[in-house]
Design a protein around this ligand. Structure first.
Ligand code: 5AD
Ligand code: SF4
Length: 468
């Protein structure tokens, strides 16, 4: 599962030990724009690392680039349309000899059909084929008009790279599992990202240690369903690790101060995850556990593999943890057949759980998915009404919940400074933005950890003062 919102990649930091192969053609440049979830953002970091190693230089504008790449998202129709609009906008650049490549979920979903819809595209490559990018680029450079890298769902390919160009020097992602075998009725991911495949715990831990050596203090473990993780072999360390054991082991890597993980699937969410959070202080007290609906009837139609009661049982585990765990979720409104009563059950679930954030979506029919066979009969206007009602209810809940921080002193990782507001930007272990003022600024810099007293709350952020 993914979180919404798109983000453009900035020029990466070149990490120590990061070597660039200088080919004869050292001025090959590329521009990469990323749409979609954290998995895509992290894939882009790996793509950038791979391309820079191949002698390409990343640039910040399409005008400067020889090669223009889009890492695409197809989770909802809107995301997909955005990609095609962007491609149409840049068609004119073809006359300047620029080449275009489409990566990611839309590339995998639409395959060679993209060449018909956008004939100026030269390369189409799904996420399981990124390891072939260097060879594909050689073909394009040699003048080949159309190059594809597409895999079927059964692929075993993973995209583990020697070079990852992480954009943030303090906080970084590590993929632990790719693909998805859940087949929720509405979701395109099992078709675009292939079957579930986990990395060995050994290679995940080696990457975590390497990141710690490079100065990273926060790690976010990534996967469509991180807690469906299955350690593929014993490696030399002898014993396979469960997800909770891997999480704890990453949290115990010297130098790592915070570990996050996303996304969790309720069906595979075990109590051992809460035990790990209790036992290892570096594991952040935040769980993103998408519920999608509060109605058993809709959950069943969505093929979500759990009931409302089972979901609430997991919430109860979290609420019994030693530290207060911040809980966030995803909800879809207007799934085919969702009645007013079903929707009311989703509203009541929000009240019962008390989420700190909910990402809300209108149902969008997607290619290949089981629910495509169901009539998308709820009018868009009604979906919008439910979405607004849901957001309004959640806003009230958040206003009340964020107030509980007032007067509390919490540790934040400094993310930067908003110069216009003269405020520093911090992030709490609960994953909340806590902006703060400071009389003494000399010790403050991005990546440092400081204590801040919360003095004011808003629906989505907090305001405070530096304590030390
Ligand atoms: N329509 C609407 N929302 C969707 N999501 C996934 N597929 C769809 C769809 N077809 C939402 C789910 C998921 C989040 C990342 O996107 O809530 O958890
Ligand atoms: Fe999509 Fe369901 Fe898999 Fe999440 S668990 S990626 S929503 S199919």
């Amino acid at each position: 599962m993914h979180k919404g919102g798109c983000r453009c990649t900035r020029l990466p930091r070149i990490e120590p030990g990061y070597t660039v192969k200088m080919s004869g053609d050292s001025h090959k440049t590329f521009y990469l724009e990323t749409f979609g979830c954290q998995m895509n953002v992290h894939d882009s970091e790996k793509v950038i690392g791979t391309l820079v190693h191949e002698g390409y230089q990343q640039v910040e504008t399409v005008e400067q680039a020889d090669l223009i790449l889009y890492n695409t998202c197809s989770i909802r129709d809107k995301a997909e349309q955005k990609v095609f609009h962007r491609l149409a906008d840049y068609k004119k650049l073809l006359a300047q000899g620029k080449k275009f490549g489409l990566l990611g979920c839309v590339a995998q979903q639409e395959g060679e059909k993209i060449f018909e819809r956008a004939p100026h595209v030269a390369m189409v490559c799904g996420s399981a084929s990124y390891r072939n990018l260097p060879q594909m680029l050689i073909q394009i450079e040699a003048g080949k008009q159309r190059v594809t890298g597409l895999d079927d769902r059964e692929t075993d390919e993973c995209f583990e790279t020697e070079f990852t160009a992480r954009t943030n020097p303090h906080r970084g992602y590590i993929t632990i599992i790719e693909g998805c075998d859940k087949f929720c009725a509405y979701c395109v991911v099992p078709f675009t990202r292939g079957k579930e495949r986990s990395r060995t715990s050994e290679s995940v831990l080696a990457e975590a240690r390497q990141m710690a050596d490079l100065g990273y203090t926060e790690i976010q473990l990534l996967g469509q369903n991180v807690n469906s993780y299955k350690d593929p072999d014993c490696g030399s360390s002898g014993k396979k690790k469960t997800f909770a054991e891997l999480l704890a082991a990453v949290g115990e890597v010297p130098g790592i101060r915070r570990v996050r993980f996303t996304t969790s699937h309720p069906r595979d969410f075990g109590r051992d995850i809460i035990d790990a959070i209790d036992a290892v202080p570096t594991l952040c007290d935040h769980v993103h556990l998408p519920v999608q609906s509060g109605s058993d009837r809709v959950l069943n139609a969505m093929q979500r593999l759990y009931t409302r009661e089972q979901y609430l049982e997991r919430i109860a585990w979290m609420k019994s943890a030693k530290r207060e765990i911040s809980i966030t979720s995803d909800v879809i409104v207007g799934f085919p057949g969702e009645t007013e009563e079903d929707f009311a059950e989703t509203l009541s679930l929000l009240d019962e759980v008390g989420y700190d954030a909910v990402f809300t979506f209108k149902y969008s029919p997607r290619p290949n998915t089981p629910s495509l066979a169901l009539e998308d009969a709820i009018p868009d206007q009604e979906k919008s009404r439910r979405l607004e009602a849901l957001m309004a209810r959640q806003k009230e809940i958040q206003i009340a919940r964020y107030k509980r921080y007032i007067g509390e002193v919490v540790e934040v990782m400094v993310e930067g400074k908003n110069e216009a507001r003269k405020q520093w930007i911090g992030r709490t272990s609960h994953n909340k933005t806590l902006n703060f003022t400071a009389h003494e600024e000399s010790a403050l810099q991005a990546g440092s950890y400081v204590k801040v007293k919360a003095t004011q709350s808003f629906p989505n952020s907090l305001l405070g003062e530096l304590m030390i």
